[in-house]
Write a protein that binds this ligand. Structure first.
Ligand code: ZN
Length: 138
């Protein structure tokens, strides 16, 4: 399914994020002290410096912040996925809480900044599930 497609390598900081996506849930790191959300995960809260950080579930609702359309495969495993739309999506939980994800279920011509999106999950390997975003169907 995903031959020669590079996959994320969960590490100590990101494992809780990937464990959640494997269960088709989206969980984002949050500071226990100042309650700011933080992505990508870090050892220390960028806002207040606390090292008490936990992963909490988020709604999976977002709006489109920016995007790019890839026409040349970045690796052989992407050939069947072109054109690939990579978006920066802003989660509704916090301003500038942005994830980089594939955008699916849409044509590039239909995209606009602020477009309402919802998370979906793609099981790309036995132990890796990627969050993706697609336009909210009205
Ligand atoms: Zn904090």
């Amino acid at each position: 399914m995903s031959e020669e497609r590079p996959l994320p390598l969960p590490d100590e900081l990101t494992t809780p994020f990937w464990q959640a996506t494997n269960e088709h849930r989206l969980a984002i790191q949050r500071c226990c002290k100042c309650r700011r959300w933080n992505h990508a995960p870090t050892l220390m809260c960028p806002s207040c410096g606390s090292t008490e950080l936990e992963f909490e579930p988020v709604s999976g609702r977002a709006t489109l912040y920016s995007w790019t359309v890839i026409h040349d495969p970045p690796a052989p495993g992407f050939v069947t996925m072109l054109p690939l739309i990579v978006g920066l999506v802003e989660l509704e939980e916090q301003e500038k809480l942005v994830l980089a994800c594939n955008l699916v279920g849409t044509d590039p011509e239909l995209l606009r900044i602020g477009l309402p999106l919802e998370v979906a999950f793609a099981d790309v390997a036995s132990d890796i599930t990627l969050p993706e975003f697609r336009p909210v169907r009205s």
